[in-house]
Design a protein around this ligand. Structure first.
Ligand SMILES: *[C@@H]1O[C@H](CO)[C@@H](O)[C@H](O)[C@H]1NC(C)=O
Ligand SMILES: *[C@@H]1O[C@H](CO)[C@@H](O)[C@H](O)[C@H]1NC(C)=O
Length: 458
């Protein structure tokens, strides 16, 4: 830890808080906005050997007090603070969980963490939906985390730490789930990142129950501690890694306008979301010009609002996702950015970013009566398992006196160069990762099941 802190403080101005459970942080004012502060933290360390999967939960630090979050960026770094390439450590997903913990049970919570939290002395803070019932997940992304714009434009922000919302006798706390796969020296890198069961030698799920015969790949096969097959004779050292996350935030005030977060998952069945789905291989008979699988779902918001931000999560093979309003017009589009190089942040063949849309505030009004349509497109030159199509949107209440609305709607493709690869040319085909909503529920469900806790009644 000490050497980590030293490296950290050399790289940045360090205000030096080392927390009891091993998170380090420093705060600084950002240059772009005098009111926006920036806090950089790390999760406790995790280790990986070649082929190994780490899927753990950590208690982590967040800005204290009543604040509005304006950005949340994260990446995997090594002990020296250097970003780690997706070629070596594939970040399947990271997700945050916000919960209220009974002050009298705090010590137990700190000792037992997530598992201990599945009891009546904790309450998950749910996001606003829309997969049937609530979910505990807050922020989360996968391999695209480095180049997905998470900025919430002023005056908007995501509210946290409002003492009026925290039940008496409880304290707000945060957990971070990181699912990472060490792909150094593996026999089949795309296969390992797609969690193909045969490569992991997994036939039973994490609880020891046999998986269905037709379950060939997905999260059930790459749980914590599993190992993907290595090339014969490959050896390398154990690595120590961290998730480093940067939160941009402002002190809450009446000038800050809260936004609600909704997640629209294309796998929504009406009674829940599956998070993962499979795409077929297209038939090349008839010389199709586009081999695209389009999935669609519909959703309605529980209340009226204006769209402030939207970005989708998809995996390799992604061809973008769109949200359509009540009149069928496209109100937000999110396109993948594929890496095309060898350097970290531009790893060839990986989805290294997802574009975000920023409609002019007020230009896209959504009524609770509207039926929104969401589409998730994938290339089908190759069939895939365990892909995802989840659209995260931020919506502010429609208080039309607040801002002078403009009628234009700008679609912003977000970060960087848009490289649409012909899928046949993508040699390294990888399985992206996020667990924003349904996956988070799934994880929570699994942890509850595996530990025999009762489901939370919320
Ligand atoms: C993210 O989006 C905001 C709002 O449109 C923009 O001001 C900012 O420059 C973007 N950041 C990056 C890194 O593209
Ligand atoms: C997705 O595919 C459909 C056709 O199946 C197309 O109409 C739509 O524009 C595509 N969306 C994106 C974001 O490319």
């Amino acid at each position: 830890m000490a050497s980590t802190i030293t490296c950290f403080s050399v790289a940045f101005f360090f205000i030096g808080i080392v927390h009891s459970w091993g998170t380090s942080s420093f705060d600084a004012l950002t240059s772009e906005d005098p009111l926006t502060r920036k806090s950089v933290y790390r999760t406790p360390a995790f280790t990986l050997t070649p082929g190994e999967v780490s899927n753990k939960f950590y208690r982590v630090e967040f800005p204290k007090g009543h604040v509005g979050v304006r950005g949340f960026d994260a990446e995997v770094v090594d002990e020296a603070g250097n970003p780690v390439s997706l070629f070596e450590v594939y970040l399947h997903h990271w997700v945050t969980f916000n919960l209220y913990v009974k002050k009298t049970e705090k010590e137990a919570f700190l000792n037992e963490g997530y598992y201990g939290s599945n009891n009546p002395s904790t309450k998950f803070v749910e996001n606003s939906g829309l997969c049937g019932d609530g979910s505990a997940s807050g922020w989360g992304l996968g391999s695209e985390t480095r180049h997905t714009n998470t900025t919430v434009p002023p005056p908007y922000a995501i509210e946290i730490g409002n003492s009026e919302k925290i039940p008496d006798g409880y304290e707000e706390m945060w957990e971070f789930n990181v699912h990472a796969i060490d792909t150094r020296g593996v026999e089949d890198r795309p296969g390992c990142t797609e969690c193909r069961c045969n490569l992991y030698g997994v036939v039973n799920d994490e609880r020891g129950r046999p998986l269905p015969k037709d379950y060939v790949g997905g999260l059930e096969c790459c749980y914590d501690g599993t190992k993907c097959r290595l090339k014969a004779g490959f050896e390398s050292t154990k690595r120590t890694l961290y998730m480093q996350y940067t939160i941009r935030w402002v002190e809450w005030s009446e000038n800050v306008v809260p936004v609600k977060k909704y997640l629209i998952d294309v796998t929504n069945t009406g009674s829940g979301c599956k998070a993962e789905y499979n795409t077929p291989t297209c038939s090349l008979r008839g010389f199709p010009t586009d081999c695209i699988d389009t999935r669609e779902t519909t959703a309605s918001l529980p209340e009226d609002g204006i769209l402030i931000y939207g970005a989708a999560h998809q995996h390799v093979g992604a061809r973008g996702a769109s949200l359509y309003g009540a009149n069928g017009e496209e109100i937000c589009r999110s396109m993948p950015t594929y890496g095309f190089g060898s350097e970290t942040g531009n790893e060839a063949g990986y989805v290294v970013g997802m574009g975000a849309c920023y409609p002019e505030p007020g230009s896209v009004k959504i009524s609770s009566k509207d039926v929104l349509r969401m589409q998730s497109n994938y290339s089908t030159f190759r069939g895939r398992t365990g892909v995802m199509g989840i659209f995260a949107i931020l919506v502010a209440s429609d208080t039309s006196s607040m801002i002078s609305f403009k009628s234009s709607n700008s679609l912003d493709s977000g970060y960087g160069i848009q490289v649409v690869l012909n899928d046949n040319l993508v040699i390294i085909v990888l399985f992206g990762g996020i667990a924003m909503f349904c996956l988070a529920r799934y994880i929570r469900f699994r942890k509850e099941q595996s530990k025999g806790y009762q489901a939370l009644s919320t």
